[in-house]
Design a protein around this ligand. Structure first.
Ligand code: PMP
Length: 407
């Protein structure tokens, strides 16, 4: 156990962890889908609804200015957190999914018939389907990087997929199924050596590490607040300013214009050009508190704690007869996907729930990866800052009881 990391103190910040499920204390191991939210964030949302609810960037009145200040405070907080050059490079969206759709629609506007996009076989549907939607109007090819037996990307194949027609490489930083941490800096350098821009799906990385977008050198980086102990309905698109400036708006409406007439409309400057309509300004404001929580706890402490849980739990899991773990890369986040013998993942998850253990089951929005692994789905346990070794033990005990029932 890591010295100086007081997990019990952290747990006190998350009242939901006191819940009972099936008459047992909840063991929440579905953090990859969404993580729980500390009281500081919930209190902030309450406070804002009770005291400063007013629309942003619209009014001269005090409440509107306070609401605007808080939203813009979060923008600067995010800018600092990911080391973006300017606040103009931080666009608020509804989440990772909307951020990728924004890039596909707006940056994808310039793609032509015959252009090629490089993806990987481990992508979440959010980084597959938006590119396929472009294929309705343009004959764009998707070229897909495979994985090896450990669940690592085949970098040689990645290098070989670039052609003069490649217009984008878009890949996940961390796999939501395999846990693999991809060498995103190296992959970005390879893409840039071919003059190809890069989008990184940081949905699974942002809860476990601090992405430095300038160091990585990527052109777009996207992530969701709700996986980072923050509110739902808020996400971030980081984009390099020159690229964002060259892109047309994604949606039209209020907030994103300078002047509107029926003959001609001019658009607002960055970042507002991409933020049409009323944003979830209360969620955005409260997201800053989630970043505060991560910073106070220490992102490196969180990562180390989760790694210890990952190694501890993996070793114990391997004692269970018939277990198969998918994703064994040495550089791996605290996500364990597995199956036991012929047992259906859904049955395992259902029985675990009866014992108070929340895990994910199914294809995890990564059906091409499931096909590649040759399974319809997996059971997935994933850890966050507040999980304990005792919970890992109780999860394993529950699994040892469940396994024989299904074999
Ligand atoms: N990409 C990855 C790798 C994910 O794990 C997820 C969420 N499961 C998403 C994208 C989509 O995130 P959201 O639903 O918050 O838009």
């Amino acid at each position: 156990m890591m010295a100086g990391f007081d997990v019990e103190k952290i747990r006190k910040k998350f009242p939901i962890l006191l819940r009972q499920v099936g008459g047992k204390g909840l063991i929440y191991l579905d953090n990859t889908a969404t993580s729980q939210t500390p009281v500081s964030v919930v209190d902030e949302i309450d406070y804002l609804y009770e005291n400063t609810k007013a629309n942003v960037h619209r009014g001269v009145h005090t409440l509107s200015q306070e609401a605007t200040d808080r939203q813009e405070h979060t923008r600067r907080r995010v800018q600092g957190w990911i080391n973006a050059r300017s606040f103009e490079e931080i666009i608020f969206t509804r989440g990772t999914t909307e951020a990728i759709n924004l890039v596909a629609s707006s940056f994808g506007d310039r793609f032509k018939d015959g252009d090629e996009i490089i993806l990987t076989v481990m992508e979440h549907h959010a980084n597959i389907v938006p590119w396929q939607l472009l294929q309705r109007h343009k004959n764009i090819k998707l070229r897909v990087v495979d994985i090896n037996d450990r669940g690592e990307l085949d970098l040689e194949q990645y290098r070989s997929l670039f052609t003069p027609h490649t217009v984008l490489a878009s890949f996940t930083h961390i796999s939501n199924v395999l846990g693999t941490v991809n060498p995103v800096k190296e992959m970005t350098e390879i893409a840039h050596s071919h003059g190809v821009p890069v989008l990184i799906d940081g949905a699974q990385a942002s809860p476990h590490l601090r992405p430095d977008v300038q160091d990585i050198g990527c052109d777009f980086y996207v992530f969701s607040s709700h996986k980072m102990y923050g509110p739902t309905g808020v996400g971030v698109l980081y984009g390099r300013k020159e690229l964002l400036e060259s892109m047309p708006p994604y949606q039209g409406g209020g907030e994103m214009i300078k002047h509107v007439s029926f003959e001609h409309t001019t658009f607002a400057d960055l970042p507002f050009k991409f933020e049409a309509g009323t944003p979830d300004f209360i969620g955005i404001a409260a997201f800053a508190k989630a970043i505060d929580f991560i910073e106070e706890t220490g992102i490196d402490n969180i990562r180390l704690h989760e790694e210890e849980l990952l190694h501890y739990t993996t070793e114990k899991l391997l004692e269970i007869p018939g277990i198969k773990i998918y994703g064994t890369a040495p550089d791996k986040a605290a996500v364990i996907s597995f199956n036991i013998g012929e047992a259906h993942n859904y049955d395992v998850g259902f029985l675990l729930d009866k014992m108070g253990v929340a895990v994910r089951t199914g294809h995890h929005c990564a059906q091409p990866l499931m096909e590649r692994l040759g399974v319809p789905g997996t059971v997935r346990a994933s850890f966050a800052a507040y999980n304990t070794f005792d919970e890992a033990d109780r999860f394993i005990e529950a699994l040892k009881r469940v396994a024989p029932m299904l074999m």
